[in-house]
Design a binder for this molecule. Structure first.
Ligand code: KIV
Length: 259
């Protein structure tokens, strides 16, 4: 099975929707790999796996552990590593950390949050051969609130400018997080690379969701999430059933016993 290339991702712009999900584990990597073009080992794992208050709390070595597994159990998707907060404060630290990430995880690209202020870093990494995915709009690593972005003309102009600069700096795709529909439409037309939306309307070249949110594992998720399953409920039902069986000595059942 051939792995999807960045060239192929670029060729999907304005043509075929790019399917992306986050994954942090063997099981989610194996399943997502069958259907996704891109798997992101997102720093959202801080919230959804570790119950941390902010993605700012997760450390690069924790992310590396998860990314190693996701990369190992995927065969065809492009695996992107989400660089944690404060691991790319300047181009030299960004390169040092991204090199370490690629060496230990074999991920194919890194993702950085930010616009104009990180252009030099994106240029430096891409020049050094490390593919970069951009991320603009709502930026969880530095956000002071989690409200939708681009509602006023000041924000609109700034986010559009960020998109153009990140694209010109060499990012191969840009995540648009939680922005209004007309801005997503404008950005899609204005940049040459694919835009991947999360809460950014259908006017994007692809979509991404946090896997725990779309599976209904998280108990708190934003309006833009569509819940395709309610695994939390299913797990609770199973655990409750098991507990009752043990209490009533109905488990182990006859076929669970070695003779
Ligand atoms: O960390 C993450 O899961 C992300 C997505 C929200 C795009 O950055």
């Amino acid at each position: 099975m051939q792995r999807i290339t960045i060239k192929k991702i670029l060729s999907k712009k304005n043509r075929t929707p790019i399917i992306c999900l986050t994954a942090y584990s063997k099981t989610t990597a194996e399943i997502s790999d069958k259907y996704c073009d891109i798997i992101l080992v997102g720093d959202s794992l801080a919230n959804v796996l570790y119950g941390m208050k902010s993605t700012r709390e997760v450390k690069i070595d924790t992310m590396i552990l998860h990314a190693k597994t996701v990369r190992k159990y995927s065969r065809k998707s492009l695996v992107v590593f989400d660089m944690p907060h404060r691991t790319y404060t300047n181009k030299f630290s960004a390169y040092k950390n991204a090199k370490k990430v690629i060496k230990h995880t074999k991920c194919h690209a890194v993702k950085l949050e930010g616009g104009k202020e990180i252009v030099k870093i994106i240029k430096y990494l891409t020049r050094k051969g490390i593919p970069v995915m951009g991320h603009i709009g709502l930026l969880p690593q530095t956000a002071t609130n989690f409200r939708v972005k681009g509602k006023n003309s000041f924000q609109k102009k700034r986010i559009l400018r960020d998109a153009i600069e990140v694209s010109k700096a060499g990012a191969f795709a840009i995540i648009l997080e939680c922005i209004v529909e007309d801005l997503a439409k404008e950005i899609k037309k204005s940049v040459s690379v694919p835009t991947i939306g999360i809460g950014a309307s259908k006017y994007c070249d692809g979509q991404i969701l946090v896997v725990d949110d779309m599976l209904g594992l998280s108990n708190n998720f934003p309006k833009f999430v569509r819940q395709y399953s309610n695994l939390r409920k299913i797990i609770e039902k199973s655990v409750k059933h098991y507990a009752r069986d043990v209490k009533l000595k109905r488990f182990p059942y006859i076929n669970n016993v070695y003779k």
